[in-house]
Design a protein around this ligand. Structure first.
Ligand SMILES: [Zn+2]
Ligand SMILES: [Zn+2]
Length: 555
């Protein structure tokens, strides 16, 4: 008979069921949460967790943990390998690395913070096999990836020729299947491609020099196709003009362009800059927050920066080329991949005495605190672009503790302090809101059934924290973490290694698109389209992991 474990007396924060600190017992059986048994002493094991804070396992919907860029960053930064001595000392086989950790290190560090699922947001179809090899080698968490579209020659040709929505939809469906992706991301729509034709910027209505197609056209074609396919996650949008002062206008125009259609704007901190003030660099966060509060079709993640060393890895070759002037240390990689897209890897050090960096830090926090609905804003640092994901507990403290936040604000560049509204913001996130933002909301935004909730029937992903006024200490070291009912972490340390599943969608497409692709690959590419297709068994990695396919269908 299977065991029935009871977690007795914890305070449960489960926003999916509107439970805000409800004291109730949880029961785990066969990897799932189950309803309380008829006889209270039916449990074979009981753990007394009275007084503890209990949440579902956390979900990170935007973190660069696998694939080409991550691996390039590891190769570019041998010095980074020595920067996580804690992990390598605890787990001799778990690898190392701080901003660009090894696959196993990433899985261990996430689990140690109570995360059970992490999603790589920038997988190129041409590079999907490599991404899945790395995800398959990332233990402890479930995972998945979003495939990039919008800078590939095939799509831009189709848009130039006005092939229509059903053509784009079928191509998207084929690409999702070939790359074993869960969702679709667009990066600098058409801009990575325009960079190859020597354009150094591309605004929303500026045509790509070669195709004559504008970012607006790319964005809307993809957002509509995602909607038509009925994917749970809307188009994941890394907009034009990342990091450019004044890009708040582009971001607001992008929200308008969607005209009520669902869209997820990613790492918005990097897209929230005005040009006010002597230094022509100011916070656009209040305007963006106001727009997001008015548009229920928009969700976002922040991409908070933290002071210290990291590495930026982005598919946005155009913007990484611009950023390479600030590389620290002075080295970088830019690359182009077939006719698909590209990427850039630039090491970076954010300094609290640098005006721009200090204001970036404040802008991210302003976004968190000025956007009202925690169901539509997600906690990210765009790992590692703003900071390594291991800084999440510190970020949570900044959101939950206004006096700590003010102490930190007092340490940054004085002109940045003066230019920000942060000091006047009273809001403090509650435990309930943190549970929404890191659990219930991202699980819902990705359509992950059984995640983000502690309801009977959900997968038994349970995190138990000791109550602590120092929220950073509290969230950095959960007392217990259960993954699918197994106790994997005790006192912030991994005690049992598990291998999670990969999540993907296989939407239907009209076979006619395959004939088009055959002709295209034969004429222009160095490989056949079959070479891009990642088989289910490859994702399952010889049975070490599993493949979970999610439903798609008319929205
Ligand atoms: Zn991005
Ligand atoms: Zn990113």
């Amino acid at each position: 008979m299977s065991t029935l474990t009871c977690l007795r007396g914890g305070r449960v924060y489960d926003p999916a069921r509107a439970e805000d600190g409800v004291v109730r017992d949880l029961y785990i059986q066969d990897g799932r949460l189950v309803a309380p048994p008829a006889h209270p002493d039916a449990a074979t094991t009981t753990l007394d967790i009275s007084g503890r804070v209990v949440m579902a396992g956390a979900v990170d919907l935007h973190t660069h943990i696998g694939g080409g860029k991550v691996n390039l960053a590891r190769m570019l930064l041998p010095e980074d390998h020595a920067r996580d001595p804690v992990s390598s000392a605890r787990h001799p086989h778990a690898g190392c690395g701080h901003a660009a950790p090894a696959t196993r290190t990433a899985g261990y560090r996430y689990a140690e913070m109570g995360y059970v699922a992490c999603f790589e947001p920038a997988m190129l179809a041409a590079n999907a096999r490599h991404t899945h090899l790395e995800l398959a080698d990332t233990p402890m968490v479930d995972k998945g990836a979003y495939v990039l579209l919008g800078n590939d020659d095939f799509l831009l040709r189709a848009l130039r020729a006005e092939r229509g929505l059903s053509f784009v939809r079928d191509y998207m469906a084929w690409t999702l299947r070939a790359a074993q992706a869960l969702a679709v991301k667009v990066v600098n729509p058409g801009g990575i491609n325009a960079f190859k034709f020597n354009q150094r910027k591309l605004d929303l209505d500026e045509p790509n020099r070669h195709y004559g197609v504008t970012p607006r056209t790319v964005l809307l074609a993809l957002a509509r196709a995602v909607h038509e396919l009925g994917l749970a996650h809307p188009l994941h949008i890394h907009g034009c003009n990342l990091g450019v002062p004044g890009n708040v206008e582009t971001t607001l125009a992008t929200i308008d362009a969607l005209a009520g259609m669902r869209g997820h704007l990613t790492h918005v901190q990097f897209h929230a800059y005005g040009t006010d003030g002597d230094r022509k660099f100011s916070s656009g966060a209040p305007r963006i927050a106001e727009a997001v509060n008015r548009h229920p079709n928009i969700s976002l993640d922040v991409g908070q920066i933290m002071f210290g060393r990291t590495v930026t890895e982005s598919g946005d070759t155009m913007r990484q080329f611009a950023g390479s002037a600030f590389a620290d240390p002075r080295k970088w990689i830019g690359m182009d991949i077939e006719c698909d897209a590209g990427c850039g890897v630039v090491p970076f050090r954010y300094r609290n005495q640098n005006f721009v960096n200090a204001l970036q830090w404040a802008i991210g926090l302003e976004l968190f605190l000025l956007i009202d609905d925690p169901w539509r804003i997600f906690l990210t640092t765009d790992h590692p672009n703003g900071a390594p994901f291991t800084s999440y507990p510190h970020l949570i403290r900044l959101l939950m503790d206004k006096s700590f936040r003010r102490d930190m604000l007092a340490t940054i560049h004085p002109e940045a302090q003066a230019a920000s509204t942060l000091g006047a913001i009273e809001r403090e996130y509650s435990l309930y809101e943190i549970a929404i933002m890191t659990r219930a909301a991202p699980a819902r935004a990705l359509g992950l059934d059984g995640f983000g909730s502690l309801a009977p029937g959900a997968r038994a992903h349970v995190v138990v924290y000791r109550e602590d006024a120092d929220r950073e200490r509290m969230f950095a070291r959960p007392e217990l973490v259960f993954k699918d009912g197994r106790l994997i972490v005790r006192d912030g340390q991994v005690i049992d290694e598990v291998w999670g599943a990969t999540h993907a969608v296989h939407p239907e497409h009209d076979r006619a698109i395959e004939r088009e692709l055959d002709g295209y690959f034969t004429r222009y590419m160095t490989v056949r389209k079959e070479h891009l297709m990642v088989a289910d068994d490859e994702v399952r990695d010889g049975g070490r992991g599993a493949l979970v396919l999610h439903r798609t269908g008319a929205a």
